[in-house]
Design a protein around this ligand. Structure first.
Ligand code: DSN
Length: 414
């Protein structure tokens, strides 16, 4: 249990919510593919006096005085990120992944320009062209899709690029489970005179830990969040070629944001420092192993795993086909047993996004708490049983007991 002594005295209501969430995270299996548990060092950095400081501008070029320590902390974050990913230029100020993407678009595109991005139901992210987002109101997004076997047909992608003449070819995803061919995507962008950009938010930790290939050498711009597999604080980051450094920095500040969140930047620096340690490579490798075990165990039980399986940290399961229930019901049954996942669309989903046909299940957080193949096998059994339970309370209660028992053996912060 973490100590919140002062909060306890000053605001019992907020403290109660914090403690409740802490207990939920300890006692349940977190399988939302984009979530993780940060270290106590990252938590401490988030709760420091750096939150008091305004630091508009960049190290050495600020609009307010008193920047000795903020400059130092931002340079630590920048230099560690450069080392982790081999990037020429890094901006650590984006508050999250969505503003990082918007700033990247703003740096290189003009309103009305065309962007090729992965179709949302095939694994793309909201910020890659969902009609309700601001980028989609400013730019013209055209979606590319995956094939029935889960791969991308790069010849088709090239033909689409030639037809649509994008100014930007965008790679990256939030629920696609295979690897992308970075060289082919970058070559297609070059052929049509477009920029190439990768949103590696989901796999940044796997890249940092050298478990997956690094997209940075192939793309003009790479955006990411710093939480997810990278296991830092909630936040965003942009890596780019030196030639785009000025445009990216201007697009983030003053283009899109005001003062950077210096406590978060300090926490990013701490997390990048952790990711540079040899243990992080082990962690990244273990994530891939755990995801593969999960895939095999779910398939063995008859689950229909999408995209031809997984090559990263998550799987997507068509629960309508596998269990005769929709994504929302599946999410509820799993919530009831202490396993947190999210409902998710599948390619060209005939159902709506609020109750889609699939679920997305990820292993980064359970891997952080030390779980390996034996535990993943138990969890796969629990997931399968819960999805077959038809909501039977007694069945769900029994599964919940096994889940809680397992979690007790793998404490996070206790
Ligand atoms: N919400 C994140 C995810 O779950 O993939 C992406 O922004």
């Amino acid at each position: 249990m973490l100590k919140h002594d002062i909060l306890k005295k000053s605001d019992k209501e907020v403290q109660a919510a914090v403690l409740g969430e802490e207990k939920r995270q300890e006692e349940g299996v977190e399988m939302i593919a984009s979530e993780n548990y940060v270290s106590q060092a990252v938590l401490e950095a988030l709760g420091t006096v750096l939150t008091n400081k305004y630091s508009e501008g960049y190290p050495g070029r600020r609009y307010y005085g008193g920047q000795v320590f903020t400059d130092a902390v931002e340079m630590l974050a920048i230099n560690r990120a450069k080392k982790l990913f081999g990037a020429e230029h890094v901006n650590v100020q984006p508050h999250a992944g969505a503003p990082a993407n918007l700033a990247a678009y703003a740096a290189i595109l003009n309103p009305g320009d065309t962007v090729l991005g992965m179709d949302l139901s095939h694994g793309g992210h909201l910020t890659h062209g969902h009609p309700l987002t601001l980028p989609a109101k400013i730019y013209r997004f055209v979606g590319y899709k995956t094939e029935a076997d889960g791969t991308i047909d790069y010849k088709k992608l090239e033909a689409l690029a030639k037809k649509e003449k994008p100014k930007l070819v965008l790679a990256g995803f939030s629920s696609y489970t295979r690897q992308l061919d970075y060289a082919k995507i970058a070559a297609i962008a070059k052929k049509v005179g477009a920029y190439a950009m990768m949103d590696m938010a989901h796999i940044a930790g796997l890249v940092a830990g050298k478990a997956l290939p690094n997209p940075v050498p192939y793309f003009d711009i790479v955006t990411t969040t710093t939480h997810k597999t990278l296991r830092g604080p909630r936040g965003g980051m942009i890596l780019c070629r030196e030639a785009l450094a000025k445009a990216i920095d201007r697009a983030v500040f003053p283009g899109l944001q005001g003062g950077p969140l210096m406590n978060t930047i300090a926490a990013k620096a701490v997390a990048f420092g952790e990711a540079l340690r040899p243990e992080f490579k082990q962690y990244a490798k273990q994530i891939l192993k755990n995801a593969k075990t999960l895939e095999k165990e779910m398939r063995k039980r008859g689950a229909h795993v999408m995209f031809g399986g997984t090559e990263n940290h998550m799987i997507v399961v068509d629960v309508v086909k596998s269990y005769g229930i929709a994504g929302k019901e599946a999410e509820q049954y799993l919530d009831a047993v202490g396993i947190t996942i999210n409902k998710n669309v599948i390619p060209d989903d005939p159902r709506g996004p609020m109750d889609p046909s699939g679920v997305r299940i990820g292993v980064p957080a359970l891997t952080t708490r030390g779980m390996k193949a034996p535990e993943v096998k138990v969890i796969a059994g629990c997931i399968d049983e819960a999805l077959r339970s038809a909501g039977n309370r007694k069945v769900l209660k029994d599964i919940e007991k096994s889940v809680r028992k397992l979690c007790k053996q793998f404490p996070v912060y206790r």
